[in-house]
Design a protein. Structure first.
Length: 217
């Protein structure tokens, strides 16, 4: 058992490195991102990847499962806050920061596994609870929906500035860019507070996000 522990820890580290690398590479290359590019960015040998995963799709499915688990944890931590607004703000901030260059480009290109579906459902459930609690407390604008918050997170997570600096290798400016993004998140969160004029149009339907994950072989 003791011999397995180091291997398990190494696999977990590799998973995290791969997830972060996949988000960055997918932000630039979309669903056409190569396993080689992701492995190189993560510092993981491509041969070891293919010993662990039978195909590119299987790797991407696993990375989606890991990413969705982060959303679930963010929702659980948000609900652990006694203050409804603080809990929702935590969720939005955490989701934007860990999903930069999200795995959205994979939508429709891979089959949704049972594990992915379960985590999608759990994540949606937790966000719904955060929204309901904030509405009940009167701190969230009454016309803001879970879909509005999900779309806001997706848009804020796409940071052209961060992507450009990473491509240029400007590590000296990355932290300043992260600080600037935190200010943008705070500005966006203020727009979710109660007391603003009504939002335009009808609330977006959940299908706007979910239907893009229908697999197109």
């Amino acid at each position: 058992m003791a011999r397995k522990a180091p291997r398990h820890a190494e696999a977990a580290r590799n998973d995290q490195a791969l997830l972060e690398a996949a988000r960055s590479v997918l932000a630039v290359d979309g669903a056409h991102a190569s396993v080689a590019a992701i492995a190189a960015r993560a510092g993981v040998g491509i041969a070891s990847l293919y010993r662990r995963y039978r195909s590119k799709d299987e790797l991407f499915q696993h990375l989606c499962e890991l990413s969705l688990e982060q959303w679930v944890r963010a929702g659980e931590h948000g609900l652990a806050h006694e203050d409804p607004w603080a809990g929702l703000a935590y969720y939005v901030t955490a989701a934007v920061e860990f999903s930069g260059g999200s795995l959205g480009p994979l939508a429709g290109s891979i089959a949704v596994t049972d594990e992915m579906a379960a985590r999608f459902a759990r994540s949606d459930e937790l966000l719904g609870e955060l929204i309901e609690r904030a509405h009940a407390a009167g701190v969230l604008r009454p016309d803001a929906t879970a879909m509005d918050v999900s779309l806001l997170i997706e848009q804020l997570a796409k940071s052209p500035l961060m992507q450009q600096l990473e491509r240029q290798g400007r590590d000296d400016l990355i932290e300043a860019a992260r600080a600037a993004r935190r200010r943008t998140i705070a500005i966006a969160l203020d727009g979710l507070r109660a007391g603003h004029p009504p939002l335009p149009g009808e609330a977006p339907a959940p299908e706007l996000l979910t239907e893009r994950w229908e697999h197109q072989p």
